[in-house]
Write a protein that binds this ligand. Structure first.
Ligand code: TXA
Ligand code: MG
Length: 318
């Protein structure tokens, strides 16, 4: 019925009750809004796929409210994984490891591994705790489209699909979690995200990047085209000349372009990659509704959160 509630104590209580009844609730995490359901209830999880229009081969992430509870969703974990859980949970890190027997097949799309994370967003933690079970949640957007970083983005795409939308304002990090799997005990990067790779490598040593070897992506959902606005997106070098006009919008990293565009957004005037990531999807949502047919997006530096930003821009442009 698509009701939006403020993410205060009463809203969280109602949302948790809806989840326990098998309902579907959109809620804020520190990364993006998730579309949640009881992760141990296959029928409830099935509704997530319907509402998003998501193919059933694309598995879901399970969210828990503590590292100790999250650990129980895995059958086993190598030492490097234990280290990462201890250091980065709660936070924007998802780990993929062999699943415990209790995890339903619909969550993992039939895989023997499961993706799990402990979000640090206070509303998400309170909701999971109140629901008392792991919450399965992909990002709360229609399949392939822009991720939501505000409650309004969710209702724009999903209408009254979810039973409830919890409004906790803008999300702090703004890009999805970093996803790490393991091969022979060594970490492998499946998706760059809100936890910079440099920090993971400092804690657990070198991380393999399978994208570079030309092997097919290990995350079924990491399709080449994804996170796409309705306008065509073109990546350009900062400051390069493009044709302005009412049919073009511009996403700048730190400096406004010359000329009149349908809309212009600057991600961070000081060139700060964290600030840029936090506002990335909000800026793309705004440029999308400007009516422009093409969005020019400037490249950002590829380190820290810049790696996640460039990953999202490349998929949006594919
Ligand atoms: O920050 C986030 O991670 C957000 C918030 C809501 O937590 N969630 C999110 O979920 O981005 P989603 O479904 O949009 O992206 C999860 C990705 C998908 O590409 C999926 O294919 C991959 O994780 N994934 C899930 N389970 C997997 C598994 N067992 N093996 C490999 N990849 C998996
Ligand atoms: Mg997603």
């Amino acid at each position: 019925m698509g009701k939006t509630l403020k993410a205060g104590a009463a809203g969280i209580r109602k949302a948790a009750a809806a989840l326990r009844r098998g309902g579907v609730v959109a809620f804020p995490t520190e990364t993006v809004y998730g579309l949640g359901a009881d992760g141990l209830n296959p029928e409830a999880c099935a509704r997530i796929f319907e509402i998003k229009g998501r193919p059933r081969f694309d598995p879901l992430i399970l969210h828990e409210c503590s590292a100790a509870r999250a650990r129980k969703l895995f059958a086993r974990a190598p030492a490097a994984a234990e280290k990462l859980m201890k250091k980065f949970w709660p936070g924007p890190l998802t780990l993929v490891l062999p699943k415990a027997a209790a995890v339903p097949d619909i969550v993992t799309a039939g895989l023997k591994t499961v993706a799990v994370r402990v979000p640090s967003g206070p509303h998400a933690l309170a909701l999971i705790k109140a629901a008392g079970r792991p919450i399965a949640a992909p990002s709360a957007n229609r399949f392939g489209q822009l991720s939501p970083t505000a409650a309004g983005h969710v209702t724009k795409q999903l209408g009254d699909g979810p039973d409830l939308v919890l409004d906790g304002g803008r999300t702090r990090i703004g890009v999805e979690s970093t996803i790490i799997a393991f091969e022979k005990g060594r970490p492998v990067l499946l998706r760059p995200g809100g936890l910079p790779l440099e920090e993971i490598e400092k804690a657990a040593g070198p991380v393999l990047k399978p994208g570079k070897t030309g092997k097919k992506p290990l995350a079924p959902g990491c399709l080449k085209k994804h996170y796409a606005p309705s306008a065509k997106l073109k990546i350009i070098k900062p400051g390069s000349r493009v044709k302005p006009g009412p049919g073009a919008a511009y996403l700048a990293f730190s400096r406004k372009p010359a000329g009149r565009f349908a809309a212009v957004k600057v991600l961070s005037r000081s060139g700060d990659l964290r600030e840029a990531a936090a506002g990335l999807f909000r800026a793309l949502h705004a440029l999308e509704i400007s009516g422009a047919r093409v969005i020019y997006a400037e490249e950002v530096p590829g380190h820290g959160l810049g790696r996640a930003i460039m990953d999202r821009l490349r998929r949006a442009a594919a």
